[in-house]
Write a protein that binds this ligand. Structure first.
Ligand SMILES: [Fe+2]
Length: 209
């Protein structure tokens, strides 16, 4: 007779804790604030840090970024994404052909850094929103973040992450799967505003065997 022993990994534990929190906290603002320490524990897990070194590199294609998708919750809809930026992507961003200021539309996002350093820039909209293809934005914050640090991006908040160094790995929790709807894009050099699809979602095992 064999005994089946279910060994929970760090992703299983994070999902269980998140589902428990979402079940008892219906207020969306409080829910996402309360999720930050849960993600902090997930980011600090040695098993996650070790596994992240083997995640494939995310490659921008056809004007879209790429996210790895490790989990989508069937009931609450939240997803666990990975984002790896190697030297190619970072050089692409540095050339500044597209400044990458954007929002995440209606999503709540917790952006947690696993490896590397990034500057998180925040912007506010300062025009009267009377023209559909025009937006003036001003920088309100520019913060250096490193491993273990978490940024909460609320719906329609304008921001960008700029990698500092050679590589970045991030673990991102979103309130729903991105990629299937438009997000706002902002170019402060020309004040152009447009919308386009969010990152491609590439299914991936968080802990490849
Ligand atoms: Fe973003």
């Amino acid at each position: 007779m064999s005994t089946v022993v279910k060994v929970e990994n760090a992703l299983d534990l994070f999902v269980a804790e998140t589902r428990e929190l979402f079940a008892k906290e219906p207020d969306v603002e409080r829910r996402w604030a309360a999720l930050t320490p849960v993600l902090a524990k997930f980011l600090a897990d040695p098993e996650v840090i070790a596994a992240s070194k083997n995640w494939p590199e995310c490659v921008p294609a056809e004007g879209r970024a790429e996210n790895l998708i490790f989990y989508e919750d069937p009931d609450y809809g939240f997803v666990v994404n990975g984002l790896t930026k190697g030297p190619g992507r970072i050089e692409h961003d540095r050339q500044n052909t597209n400044p990458h200021m954007h929002d995440h539309a209606h999503l709540y996002t917790l952006y947690g850094v696993l490896d590397g350093n990034e500057r998180v820039e925040r912007y506010k909209r300062v025009d009267d929103r009377s023209r559909p293809d025009y937006a003036e934005i001003e920088r309100t914050a520019d913060v250096l973040v490193g491993p273990g640090e978490i940024d909460l991006v609320k719906p329609y908040e304008i921001h960008r992450e700029v990698s500092v160094g050679k590589e970045t790995v991030a673990l991102i929790i979103r309130s729903a799967k991105g990629g299937g709807f438009n997000q706002g894009r902002y170019d402060p050099r020309t004040n152009r505003y447009w919308e386009s699809l969010g990152p491609r979602q590439t299914p991936c095992e968080m802990f490849p065997r």
